[in-house]
Design a protein. Structure first.
Length: 221
């Protein structure tokens, strides 16, 4: 795995987040943790999170990929693209497999009522949270490829807020968000490991081919 200290810092932060969330998910029901996470609402937070949650949307990731490509950070752009495509495929497969109800559908008996019209949707595509998955996969890639510690810390908390926004907006339960975090991080780790292995093997083969060519040229073949 990458030796970048910022990558290790990001993983430490993520593990420190996942562990207590796992405990909460195991102890409390999905409805209890959801209502607890939504203890406070106001108009400006409704508006803010309605827009903020788009940081976990594919459009934002696409813009980020284009920006990295234009800035000649091609490897980061490729990793971001792969992370989005692979994690997105995994999320869609899991959604189809679990067919879990979203909060608005789950709370059909009016046990919880703060849903934002035009923003909160019902249906059966709750597990896992796609926006959270996308946010954490992208954040992990950026942290792994950054030389600045502040970047790793910043993208981590930005991803955390995306996850919380999904609960605040009534789109997902805590377990959906937790699964999104794990899926996003796992995808990023696989991509980083796979990409580095590919580059290492490519450079080794290229070096071997170059040496073979030089040896052949030296003996006049």
């Amino acid at each position: 795995m990458p030796n970048n200290p910022n990558w290790k810092l990001f993983l430490q932060f993520t593990l420190a987040l996942i562990c207590p969330l796992l405990i909460v998910v195991c102890i409390y029901t999905k409805s209890t943790s959801f209502v607890a996470a939504n203890f406070y609402h106001c108009q400006w937070l409704d508006t803010m999170f309605t827009w903020y949650t788009y940081l976990g949307d594919g459009i934002v990731v696409a813009a980020l990929i284009i920006a990295c490509w234009v800035m000649r950070k091609r490897s980061i752009a490729i990793k971001l693209l792969l992370s989005y495509l692979i994690s997105g495929l995994v999320v869609q497969l899991l959604k189809e497999m679990f067919h879990a109800p979203r909060p608005r559908t789950f709370f059909a008996e009016n046990l919880y009522s703060h849903f934002i019209e035009g923003v909160t949707h019902g249906g059966y595509a709750s597990f896992p949270s796609g926006h959270t998955t996308t946010a954490f996969a992208a954040a992990a890639i950026l942290a792994c490829n950054s030389r600045k510690q502040i970047v790793a810390v910043l993208v981590f908390w930005m991803a955390v807020l995306v996850g919380y926004s999904r609960m605040y907006l009534g789109q997902h339960f805590l377990e959906d968000v937790l699964a999104g975090i794990i899926t996003g991080i796992a995808t990023a780790m696989i991509i980083e490991y796979g990409y580095q292995s590919f580059i290492t093997k490519y450079k080794t083969n290229k070096r071997a081919s170059s040496i073979t060519y030089e040896q052949s040229a030296a003996i006049g073949l």
